[in-house]
Each structure stands twice: as C-alpha cells, then as structure tokens.
Design a protein around this ligand. Structure first.
Ligand code: ADP
Ligand code: LRH
Length: 496
C-alpha cells in the first residue's frame, strides 16, 4: 500500500537532482521507501567580473522542469523539500526581488578575511560563539567581504535567504530560515540558540536581514498560484527539511543505536559523529572540527575535508583538453596504478580554488620530494590514497575529542560509487566501512518530509526506514595490508 509520495531536490556543487520517494507498507506492516531519480542536471561555478557565482535561476528552471515531469510521469507528491550545499545565500530587497546573483563559496573575495576577523574578535571567541571550523567561505566572511567592498546590495537588502530557503521562496513566496543552514553561517550562536547580533554589529553586517530559524520537519506553504499555472500542477506544499545537504545525508545514515562515525562523501568529504550538544572546546578548535546543527536539534561534530573536488577538477581539466574520461574509468585506471607512490595533504589551501588542479597535485608532490605523478592513473591514485589517509587522521582526532571508539565508519553520498576509495578507506582505517546509500541527502530530505507528514517521529525511526530500504555494502580491511597502511600513514603525517 502506498502511504505517501514525496519529491526531494538535492542540489550539490557538481549536480542537482530531483527524486521521487514512495513510502510503501506491506501487509505485515513492514515499511519501505522506494526512490526513483526523475531529473539530474549539472551545476557549475560561473565566473564574471572577477567573481564566481551560482546560476541560481538556471537551477530554479531545472527544478521547475522536474516538478512538471513528476506529474507528467503520474507521480502525485504531497510535499517537496530542498537541500543544498551550505553557507551561500541570496539577498532580497524591500520589493521581494533578488539582489544580484548569489556568490559561489569558492569566490576569492574572502581571501585573508579569516585572519582579519580573528584579529578583531579573537579565535577562541569566534569558535565558542559560532562552533565552526575556520573556512574562508563561511557566510560570515562572505558578508564581511561585501561590507568591506561597500556593496550596495548589502545596504539594499531587507532579508537574507540561504540557498535552499531562497529556492523555496522562489517557488512558494514564503521567506523562512531553516536551522541547519543557519548553523553554517558562523553567525549563529549554537549554545545560545540565537543569531549572534553582537558579532554582526561588530563586523558591520546588518542583523535585521536574518529571520528566526525554523526546524526541519516544519511545513512552509504551497507552490504559488503562478508556479502552479506555469507548470500545470496542483499546489504541493514545501517542507523545511534538514536543508543543509550534509545534515540531510546524516539523517539517512543507516546507523542503529549508539555513537557512530560517518563520512558524507561527495564534492566535499564530511567526516563526523552526531552529538546532543555542540562541542566547542579548545581541542575541537585546534583539530579544526565544526559543530553544525542537524535534524531533531542534534549537532554534528564534523570535519570538512577537501574531498573528491580535487579529482573532479582534474577530470574537468582532462575533459576540457579533449581527453574525456569518466569517473568509472578513472577508478579503473587508479586500481591498476602502483600504490603509495606519492601523497598529498588534500586540505592544503592550494586545492581550494578551481583550475590547474593537475599541476597543483604535481607541485605538492615535487615540493615534498616525492615522485611526481604523471598519468591520470597516478594522479587519481595519489588523490584517493591521500583522502583515505586523511580520513584515518580525522577519525583518530574525533575519537580523541569524543572519547568514543568507533568500530567502523558509515560512508554515504555519490563518492561511494568509487569502490576503490571505499576499499582504500577500509584499509587506511583498519576497520570496516559500511557504504550506502548513495543518494543519502535526497533520502534524508524525504525522511524529514515524512516526519512533517507524521509518518516518522524520530531520527531512530527515520534511520531504521533508511536501513530497511537501501542496501549497504561492507568493505573489510585486509589484515595482510595493515603494515603497509601503517607505514603510509606515518609518511602521510609528515606532510601535514
Ligand atoms: P555533490 O552532491 O557534492 O555534487 P555527489 O555526492 O554527487 O557530489 O558526488 C560526486 C562525486 O562522486 C564525484 O566527484 C565523483 O568523484 C564521484 N562519482 C560519481 N559517479 C561516480 C562513478 N560512477 N564512479 C566513481 N565515482 C563517482
Ligand atoms: C557539502 C557542503 C559542506 C559545506 C560545503 C560548502 O555539499 O554542504 O557541508 O561546508 O558544502
């Protein structure tokens, strides 16, 4: 029996997708979420006037296409939810119009601003009040950059909408601020559970543009009559899901009771664990961990690791030079390459910006007196092994911070289609990796819609449904390789 149909939009830095979920109940009461992708579209940074932007209206266009398509294919979603990457936003003027194209978080405007803001506020105070790893793209530095540039947009703004909220606004006309995205700004005070207006005043960021956060699972409102007419669809309702894609993904991790470690593996690698309260200690700051708000008021103690972005950019370079190569082919090639030939520190600042990624990998190896990778296979292998070792490093630090020992690690997201990376990760950790589901963010998005609809009432229930609906593949470390991995890990730590 069909209990409900939902529509999830999951927008990542490399692609956006729309998926239909159907909550089914068998005669014995067993429930299952069946998921079908109905639309997928690329997403890119677009450079203009020295800035990098998102093509937000193109993304909206693709989302509208997906809504129309859902109904044309006979689906009848009751609600929809949107999750996207963190930190970015649009500014809305007094007439309700978008002021300019939202900046892409890799825009260079925030260069050097972490140091400047730390100089004004103090590092400990910033971490204590914002709970986040110091990353140049955090909303705080983007807004401070606009202030420094005397951006007229900032003065004209009457509200700030984080990307998923902005897209919800375009479709429903309702302005909201969803909690999990709010906690990626470094302007939200997790311990006080309120916007940090004092900090905003200090940096010249107008505090009046921030709306009071609402929590995942809240119903927002229906598609506007204009959108319904344009698409010839009924007024389905938007639900505030855990709109930060990482938090949606974590909601879908098929973990049982007790503490667990996870890695959300896409453009970024987010390695973390779920806590009831933020952990804003000096050690958490020293090890560069974040505290991001999650579904059901949880906090994610996690580390942003540069992730598959590095491989993505190398692939883009090869593709653009006419040497078109798929991720699957790259994985195949890397499996045949000589192991542990050269390693990078994926979090080296040079890898953050787009372009010249192959050269950046090579220059890192040359500067650290390692063999310089030449071929696609060597470069891909170097990136994957380095990521796997970075995961071990982050997991060990996390264990120090929480005092928990993790028996293994859940991996979710598009990156788990890279089976070599999963295998290397199990090897590097010397522990099992449980991989799945791939579309964790979209699934977590659906789960919070089901919470809003009353079909699920807790995270545990949501995760049980995820576990019952999607396969998980286990990768076990090979005992015979333990010594080689330990040796590689020692070499890797020298690079940090
Ligand atoms: P995001 O949501 O951040 O856009 P995804 O979760 O979709 O990212 O993951 C994208 C990454 O997954 C790519 O950078 C690529 O490394 C990896 N990937 C995607 N498809 C495959 C595949 N068929 N084989 C191996 N890796 C893949
Ligand atoms: C991953 C992600 C991550 C953020 C980054 C900007 O998609 O949301 O959690 O830090 O994008």
């Amino acid at each position: 029996m069909l209990l409900s149909t939902v529509l999830a939009f999951d927008l990542g830095a490399s692609s956006g997708r729309a998926l239909i979920g159907k909550l089914m109940q068998a005669e014995d009461g067993q429930r299952e979420l069946k998921v079908e992708e109905i639309h997928r579209f690329p997403n890119h940074a677009i450079g203009v006037g020295g800035h990098l932007h998102w093509d937000i209206l193109r993304l909206l266009h693709e989302m509208k296409k997906a809504i129309r398509k859902a109904f044309q294919e006979g689906h009848r979603p009751e609600t929809f939810g949107i999750d996207t990457w963190g930190v970015d936003f649009g500014l809305i003027d007094a007439n309700g119009e978008l002021l300019g194209n939202p900046y892409h978080y890799r825009d260079p405007q925030t260069e050097g601003l972490i140091e400047e803001v730390i100089g004004m506020v103090g590092k400990e105070a910033l971490f204590q009040q914002g709970g986040l790893q110091f990353m140049p793209f955090n909303t705080i530095y983007q807004l401070y950059a606009m202030r420094k540039a005397a951006s007229p947009k900032l003065d004209a703004a009457s509200s700030l909408l984080l990307t998923p909220d902005l897209l919800v606004y375009f479709l429903t006309g309702r302005k909201v601020c969803e909690f999990t995205m709010a906690t990626t700004t470094q302007l939200y005070h997790p311990e006080q559970q309120a916007w940090n207006t004092e900090l905003m005043d200090r940096l010249g960021i107008p505090s009046g543009i921030f709306l009071d956060p609402i929590h995942p699972g809240t119903r927002i409102g229906s598609l506007t009559p204009e959108v319904c007419e344009e698409l010839d669809v009924p007024p389905i309702e938007a639900v505030a899901v855990a709109t930060h894609d990482t938090e949606s993904a974590v909601a879908a991790v098929p973990a049982g009771e007790g503490a667990f470690a996870y890695l959300v593996c896409g453009t970024w690698s987010l390695l973390g664990t779920e806590l009831d309260q933020p952990l804003v200690t000096a050690e958490a700051m020293a090890h560069d961990f974040s505290n991001e708000g999650g579904a059901f008021g949880k906090y994610q103690l996690l580390k942003n690791i540069m992730g598959l972005w590095i491989l993505q950019e190398c692939k883009r370079e090869w593709d653009e030079s006419g040497n078109v190569i798929s991720f699957a082919e790259l994985v195949d090639l890397a499996s045949q390459a000589i192991p542990f030939r050269s390693l990078i520190n994926p979090d080296d600042a040079r890898f953050f910006g787009p372009s010249d990624m192959v050269e950046k990998v090579r220059s890192f190896c040359a500067e650290t007196w390692q063999p310089v990778p030449e071929t696609e296979a060597e470069i891909a292998r170097c990136i994957m092994e380095s990521l796997a070792l970075k995961y071990r490093h982050a997991l060990e630090k996390m264990e120090q911070l929480t005092g928990n020992a993790y028996a293994g690690m859940h991996m979710v997201g598009g990156g788990i289609q890279n089976r070599l990376l999963c295998r290397l990760t199990a090897g590097a950790l010397g522990r099992p990796v449980w991989a799945g589901p791939v579309e964790a963010s979209a699934i977590g998005n659906m789960l919070m819609q089901l919470v809003a609809q009353g079909h699920c009432s807790s995270l545990a229930e949501a995760r049980e449904l995820s576990a019952a609906s999607f396969p998980v593949e286990t990768y076990l470390p090979d005992e015979a390789e333990a010594d080689v991995w330990n040796e590689a890990y020692e070499a890797y730590k020298q690079l940090l």
